[in-house]
Design a protein around this ligand. Structure first.
Ligand SMILES: Nc1ncnc2c1ncn2[C@@H]1O[C@H](COP(=O)(O)OP(=O)(O)OP(=O)(O)O)[C@@H](O)[C@H]1O
Ligand SMILES: [Mg+2]
Length: 276
């Protein structure tokens, strides 16, 4: 991994530390004191509905936007006073895929590697294509890729140069379930390699699948922050019984076979339908 911590202070710090962040657009107070920490090598999911301020947080952490108040440190660097160092330590995959449609997947990767002045860009591109199961499609124009392939390419591009911290803003919005699973795989791959991932999402299931820590941003503040198990404990178990759900095949089976009344009527029902 590049950009190793250079001081003991950095080594002891979490990958991301956000304290009392505030941001308003005129009268609109989007962030009203947001605080959270992301451990090194962890996957942190920032959940929130449309307009909650997720992209605003990401843009501040990526030094694209200045906060009105509060502090944020990324990889040991303050975003306000050390923006260049922060940019060296991160990559940002925006809410909308930033791949070039005219170029092939391989060419996109080579382009980014060249921009980052890395040696052997072709080798880097081929390695990433392999890692994200894009080797076969690598020579084709991105215009012919599916949404999931584009997203995977986008994430692969963000990995070039091995930044220690990666921001993924809604990596799977608009993708079908299969493509979503492919992107999840790519994100797990990232974290498996030791990269710290902060992702934003509106999908609870996504946070559940990927994140080892989840925070919910609501009305300008983090209202919940913890592991999935901790979040689950916030709900009393009794409440689960009130959730409406379609009966599963298993429920139906046990209703008909396993829970027969004293007269055995349910069993008869099954036998009758089998004999027809
Ligand atoms: N440049 C801007 N000028 C004015 N208002 C803005 C600006 N950027 C964002 N906003 C507003 O700030 C609020 C938070 O926006 P943000 O994009 O951070 O939300 P989000 O949680 O990422 O939403 P989504 O899930 O739709 O992506 C929204 O109400 C948005 O309209
Ligand atoms: Mg957003």
């Amino acid at each position: 991994m590049s950009n190793p911590p250079t001081t003991t202070q950095q080594a002891a710090e979490p990958a991301i530390r956000v304290q009392d962040l505030a941001k308003s657009y005129k009268e609109l107070h989007v962030l009203r004191g947001v605080s959270f920490e992301v451990a090194r090598g962890g996957i942190f999911a920032l959940l929130g509905s449309n307009g909650a301020g997720k992209t605003t947080v990401v843009r501040i952490l990526a030094t694209l936007l200045k906060a009105d108040a509060g502090t944020a440190r990324v990889h040991g660097f303050d975003v306000a006073t050390r923006p260049a160092d922060v940019r060296e330590s991160i990559s940002l995959t925006g809410q909308f895929a930033a791949v070039d449609e005219i170029l092939s997947g391989r060419e996109n990767l080579i382009l980014v590697a060249r921009l980052r002045h890395l040696p052997e860009p072709g080798k880097i591109a081929d390695g990433l294509l392999r890692r994200f199961s894009l080797t076969e499609a690598g020579g084709r124009r991105v215009a012919t890729y599916s949404g999931g392939m584009r997203r995977r390419l986008d994430i692969a591009m963000s990995m070039i140069g091995n930044p220690p911290v990666i921001f993924l803003d809604e990596p799977t919005t608009g993708l079908d379930p299969q493509a979503r699973i492919e992107v999840w795989q790519a994100v797990k791959e990232l974290a498996g390699g030791g990269t710290t991932v902060l992702l934003t999402t509106q999908y609870l299931e996504e946070a559940e699948q990927l994140a080892d820590r989840i925070a919910i941003l609501h009305e300008g503040r983090i209202i919940v922050d913890g592991t999935l198990a901790e979040l689950r404990r916030l709900l009393p178990p009794a409440q689960v019984e009130y959730v409406e759900k379609q009966p599963s095949l298993e429920d139906v089976f046990f209703a008909v076979v396993g829970r027969t009344g004293p007269d055995g009527s349910a069993h008869d029902l099954l036998t009758t339908s089998n004999e027809q």
